[in-house]
Structures are given as structure tokens and as C-alpha cells.
Design a protein around this ligand. Structure first.
Ligand code: XMP
Ligand code: MG
Length: 183
């Protein structure tokens, strides 16, 4: 789905597919240098990170594995609850692995700070984070994020994996959701 297909549901367009792909390629080039000679395990956080993972993993000129976790911190609303539950765990043993968590967005940071500690405690050699989007103004806890695509204003965004009530994930770009959609 194109941004123009749901124009009236958005107050603004933040990033087009081309801009997102360029940002992902830039991160991939940095990761290729940082992980040269190693085989990182990319851990995608379902469902939001599906698009980032698909593009990032294919862009990467390194052998890399993919695994997935599903955690819940949000429900179907637009505010973080801070309560994290594992809905689906990894299949991979993390002992000695170089893990890169792949996320769609860091909002309060509560989900990722919890996930970071959780994965570190499983014996990984290293754990870093790649988040496509970050809302610096929404941060409630500090999270060390090594790779970031874009810093965005503190507004609810959809598209490129990000949903509102499971809608808009299949949008090719990212836009700010119009208040009339959720109020
Ligand atoms: P926290 O607040 O724990 O939230 O950093 C992380 C998770 O919340 C979801 N999230 C969003 N989803 N538009 C969305 O569609 C947003 O603007 C937004 N902000 C946070 C997302 O699942 C993320 O992993
Ligand atoms: Mg997510």
C-alpha cells in the first residue's frame, strides 16, 4: 500500500520507501564494518520489525541468522503500558552469539531496555540494537542504541510494519496517524 492510498488517515508523511531503504543501507554498511568476520544473529521483534528485518537482512553483505521474539507491551492502543510479556521466545541458543536486536521503533524505551537485559542474561557475547525509528522526547529510560535510522517527533506513527490496531503495517512508507482515526 502506498502513502497516497490512505492520505486522509495521515496528518503528514515522514519517510518514503526510498528514504527508509537508504537509511537501512547506511546502517548495513556500518554493521558490515563492525561485524567483519563474524556471523551476527538478528533478533526481530514481532510483528513491527518484520519489514525492517526483511530489508536489513537482505541488504547486509554478511552471513547472518534471523530469529524472532514476540513481546507485548502495548495492546491495541497508542500508549506504552511498561509491562512486558514474552508471547513467543527465540529458538536459538544465545551462548557466545553476537546479537543484534532489530526493532521498528523505540518510544519510551521500556520494551527494549527489558529485552536487552533479558538477552544479555542468556550468555550472548554481545547484544546491540538497531531501531529504524526513535522518539527521543518520549524516552522514559535510557537505552544504548547503536544503530538508529531516524529520530522522529513524539507522535504516533504507522506504516512499514508499525500498526494502529493491526492496520497500516503494509504501508510502504511511514506517516503520522491523524487523530480522527483513533479518537
Ligand atoms: P516502548 O514505549 O516500550 O514501545 O519503547 C515500543 C513498542 O511500542 C510500539 N510503538 C508504536 N507503534 N506507532 C506504532 O505503531 C508508534 O508511534 C509507536 N510507538 C511505540 C512498537 O510496537 C514498539 O516496539
Ligand atoms: Mg515493536
Amino acid at each position: 500500500m502506498e502513502l497516497s492510498d490512505i492520505e486522509s488517515d495521515l496528518t503528514s508523511v515522514l519517510y518514503t520507501e526510498e528514504q527508509i531503504h537508504a537509511a537501512i543501507a547506511e546502517v548495513a554498511r556500518a554493521v558490515e564494518v563492525d561485524y567483519a568476520g563474524r556471523e551476527p544473529l538478528l533478533v526481530g521483534v514481532l510483528k513491527g520489525a518484520v519489514m525492517v528485518m526483511a530489508d536489513f537482512a537482505r541488504e547486509l553483505k554478511l552471513n547472518a541468522q534471523m530469529d524472532w521474539m514476540a513481546v507485548s507491551s502495548y495492546g491495541s492502543g497508542t500508549k506504552s503500558s511498561g509491562v512486558v510479556r514474552i508471547l513467543k521466545d527465540l529458538d536459538t541458543d544465545l551462548h557466545g552469539r553476537d546479537v543484534i536486536i532489530v526493532e521498528d521503533i523505540i518510544d519510551s524505551g521500556l520494551t527494549l531496555s527489558w529485552l536487552l537485559e533479558n538477552l544479555k542474561s542468556r550468555g550472548a557475547a554481545s547484544v546491540e540494537i538497531f531501531a529504524l525509528l526513535r522518539k527521543p522526547e518520549a524516552a522514559k529510560v535510557h537505552v544504548d542504541v547503536k544503530y538508529v535510522g531516524f529520530e522522529i517527533p513524539n507522535e504516533f506513527v504507522v506504516g512499514y510494519g508499525l500498526d494502529f490496531a493491526e492496520k497500516y503495517r503494509n504501508l510502504r512508507g511511514v506517516g503520522v496517524l491523524a487523530p480522527h482515526v483513533y479518537s
